[in-house]
Design a protein around this ligand. Sequence first.
Ligand SMILES: [Zn+2]
Length: 167
Amino acid sequence: MNDAMNELYQDVVLEHKRAPRNFGHLAAPTHQAQGTNPSCGDRIAVELQLQGDKVQDIRFSGQGCAICMASTSMMTEAVKGQDIAAAQALQQHFRAVLTGEETPEDAPLGKLISLAGVRQYPSRIKCALLGWHALMHAIAQHGAAGGDGAVQAAAHDGATLQTTEAP
Ligand SMILES: [Zn+2]
């Protein structure tokens, strides 16, 4: 990645950190989950309003580093109004890019490609995945996502990221 691209990516991350999208709480979330990343101190919660198979609305709250906050902010923009299956597919591509299993050029990431540079910093990958991890955990609640797929997607990152269903 050249310097100009790096600067562009940093601009996007800082802009989302400064003004996170969909930050706050839903009046009546149908699904929610919390995630913590002990290695960095990131703590966020994701609230969903699912309607059928669709992510009707989404909010997140909490505190984290710039990469965590920006990634979660961009995640909410990317999945709002999408089908659960589309959100899961996006999560899998995003994770595959960050872990080096997929090249950014080949993955259908849309705006999320702005975070692809994080793959060069292994210690920050968990920061970028935390919001997605919480999203998958929230979707998996009550088997709303149609079962095993969502649970497995969340379990991939489970070794080091901790999520709990909100009471
Ligand atoms: Zn972090």
